[in-house]
Design a protein around this ligand. Structure first.
Ligand code: HEC
Length: 106
């Protein structure tokens, strides 16, 4: 195999790896969202409760950092919020997966 082909092949491998990493972290986020019963209060894609805002397009309104803060300690955004703090209940990597997933919903 000559050099240019090798370069193209490695680029293709990197692109596929990146795409599957993005995909698995967003499905992980969807899984955590279901597992933690966020839907008791939030509607996502037509399903869920109405205690909190509809999150179907939350990524176009809130940054990933805002979403992480909201999940860990929602009282910093609203001291009287009804949303529980998940900072000590959900492992850091699951919070990151949730934030990846939700911030991608636009
Ligand atoms: C007991 C009800 C309740 C549960 C359970 C709940 N939330 Fe919330 N959430 C709220 C409310 C109410 C708000 C509105 C913010 C406020 O209270 O000022 C909110 C706001 C948010 C926001 C910001 C939305 C925006 O438009 O600003 C995000 C993101 C969010 N919640 C994610 C989650 C996730 C992820 C979970 C599960 C781990 C969850 N929530 C569980 C009630 C809840």
């Amino acid at each position: 195999m000559d050099k240019p082909n090798t370069v193209l092949l490695s680029l293709a491998v990197i692109a596929i790896a990146a795409a599957s990493a993005a995909c698995s972290s967003s499905s992980k986020g969807a899984e955590v969202f279901r597992r933690e019963k966020c839907m008791d209060c939030h509607t996502l894609k037509g399903e869920g409760g109405a205690v909190g805002p509809n999150l179907t397009r939350v990524g176009s309104k809130r940054s990933r950092d805002y979403i992480i803060q909201q999940i860990k300690d929602p009282k910093t955004h609203n001291p009287n919020t009804e949303m529980p703090s998940y900072g000590s209940r959900i492992p850091e990597q699951d919070i990151n997966a949730l934030a990846d997933y939700l911030s991608g919903l636009k």
